[in-house]
Design a protein around this ligand. Structure first.
Ligand code: ADP
Length: 353
């Protein structure tokens, strides 16, 4: 939900392509994400196990006629956590209040939100791992006992008055589940882990989005897009919009796989979904460090990028797709990386990790 901080890029023209493959919303995307959000669990593509679990969880709450237990949604950005929270509220036909960890600066901010909730309401807290500690403590008491202590007065005369809250459901979303303290984690009755989407699911998602946006994709185009979307719905939808731009400018009624390829090449995204920064990283390891191992700082300096960007934007995908391995001694390029760069792997490439 938050505006993305796009870190300063030293590779100038790369900033655009870096943003293209960022899994955080950029520019006006929080708004454009809205039009593509499925409203019901049925329209939520993929993640079949999670959907079945959530469906059971919601059906049981409906049958018992009580608000469901609190829900934690964990997983990388852009995989559908906000969408699922909206779907839960919609399925239960209750209002949803949206906030985020960084937006709550003091425990008092949270106390005033909690004390204004209605019976059954859903409170969605994005980036819940970033709540300040006092707010976190207040939250888990509220989640367990449906009570919040409101401070009245100041100084030595201040006193706290317990306020009973209506039953509500917290849906927390986090990209860093490990950063949640265990007392808070223990208050959630259901934790869902969202994982990157396989290509076939992304293909269906792209077809659905194309339908919503009125984009005419020829056979094979959705597949081309899905292969370059880093397993992430938000990126898939973004690439689809850029391909739509291409079609508008070139007066195309039907977008073929060649058009997808041409449009994405313009944004420097290759057939494996790698952009110029990913390729710069792989090239640096292979050509400047003989395949690795190389430390993050040396690597970042070589590609002229901040180490945080290399670590959080590039590496997770490169590791997941088998181009790079993180070892205690540093980053190592795999055989697949050498081959992708059109090079013959070193003989001992597999002994490096
Ligand atoms: P997160 O909160 O995890 O960062 P969002 O829920 O905001 O991700 O999803 C980003 C975009 O991707 C939204 O436009 C949403 O509609 C779309 N999206 C995510 N997951 C799915 C899905 N499973 N099916 C259809 N669209 C999805």
């Amino acid at each position: 939900m938050s505006e993305t901080q796009v870190s300063q890029s030293n590779i100038g023209a790369d900033e655009e392509s870096l943003r293209m493959i960022s899994s955080e919303p950029i520019g006006n995307e929080p708004v454009s994400d809205e039009e593509l959000r499925p409203r019901a669990l049925e329209g939520f593509i993929g993640q079949p196990l999670l959907k079945a679990q959530l469906q059971l969880f919601l059906d049981a709450a409906r049958k018992r006629d009580v608000p469901p237990d609190h829900i934690l949604l964990a997983g990388p950005p852009g995989l559908g956590k906000t969408t699922l929270a909206m779907i839960v509220a919609n399925e239960l036909q209750v209002p949803i209040r949206v906030t985020s960890g960084p937006a709550i600066q003091h425990a008092g901010d949270l106390a005033s939100i909690l004390s204004s909730l209605d019976e059954g309401e859903v409170l969605f807290i994005d980036e819940i791992h970033r709540l300040p500690r006092p707010a976190e403590e207040l939250l888990y008491i509220a989640m367990e006992d449906f009570r919040v202590d409101v401070m009245v007065g100041k100084g030595p005369g201040a006193s706290s008055i317990p306020l009973t809250l209506p039953r509500f459901t917290v849906i927390g979303a986090t990209t860093r589940e490990g950063m949640l303290p265990s007392p808070l984690r223990a208050r959630f009755g259901f934790t869902a882990h969202l994982d990157f989407y396989p290509h076939e699911e992304l293909e269906r998602l792209i077809e659905r989005s194309a339908g919503v946006l009125g984009i005419n994709l020829a056979e094979g185009s959705a597949k081309q897009l899905s292969l370059r979307s880093r397993g992430t719905p938000r990126i898939a939808n973004r690439l689809l919009r850029r391909v739509r731009d291409w079609a508008i400018v070139h007066d195309l009624d039907l977008i073929g796989p060649d058009d997808v390829q041409a449009a994405l090449e313009l944004y420097q995204i290759d057939s494996e979904g790698l952009d110029r920064l990913d390729l710069a990283v792989l090239n640096a390891i292979v050509k400047n460090f003989d395949g690795g191992p190389v430390g993050l700082n040396n690597l970042s300096a070589m590609v002229g990028e901040e180490s945080e960007t290399v670590e959080t934007v590039c590496e997770p995908y490169l590791v997941r797709e088998g181009f790079l391995v993180r070892t205690p001694k540093g980053r190592v390029a795999t055989e697949k990386a050498w081959q992708h760069l059109g090079l013959v792997p070193k003989d001992d490439v597999n002994k490096l990790f």
